[in-house]
Design a protein around this ligand. Sequence first.
Ligand SMILES: *[C@@H]1O[C@H](CO)[C@@H](O)[C@H](O)[C@H]1NC(C)=O
Ligand SMILES: [Cu+2]
Length: 227
Amino acid sequence: MKLSAAIALLATAVAEAHYTFPSVGNSADWQYVRTTANFQSNGPVTDVKSEDIRCYQRNPGTGAPGILNVTAGSNLAYNAKASISHPGPMAFYIAKVPAGETAATWNGKGQVWSKIYQDAPSLAGGIKWASQGTRSVNAPIPKCLADGEYLLRAEHIGLHSAGSAGGAQFYISCAQISVSGGSGTYSPKNLVSFPGAFTATDPGIMINIYYPVPTSYKPPGPAVETC
Ligand SMILES: *[C@@H]1O[C@H](CO)[C@@H](O)[C@H](O)[C@H]1NC(C)=O
Ligand SMILES: [Cu+2]
């Protein structure tokens, strides 16, 4: 094979390996999730200091058409398209929509995000994440949330080429939800902003997951909040 053909084939394979998070529950793509800039390319965010690291919106200022009703304490399936093909951690963050805004209008700026879910890899025989290859991860909506509207941010970090700064691939989107049935006692201790929560050299972001084989892993961002 000619080198140019080999490179073209490789580029195709890499592009196909990317993904988006376009839907929640059984809904249509981009109905409750804000359309991301990579809705066609599927490409990642690689600059943790960019505005894209928040919701990766194609049209900042434009919300998704709908706001999904969700019961506090339930699991909401957050779906990937086509699948989470890269190895790396999955997290969900939530931010309460302030007065005067709706989940469709609010931009999510400020130190307003708390982490409600973070997976952990298995470390036996190499580092592995259970999300790899799957098409959906459940976001556990805390039972103690106050009723009201929220942005729910999905984040998967592809770590397959994360050995140098800027190599980690962030796959992100934000869903618009309205929570009911919550007890209202949620009081997050660690609020972060996007951008702001990460630096390119955080140990969970700049890491060679192949050599030397990691014996531990510290995901980036704050601790998961509990009720
Ligand atoms: C969502 O909840 C609101 C408030 O309880 C209700 O008015 C609305 O009909 C619900 N929407 C759907 C699609 O169930
Ligand atoms: Cu990819």
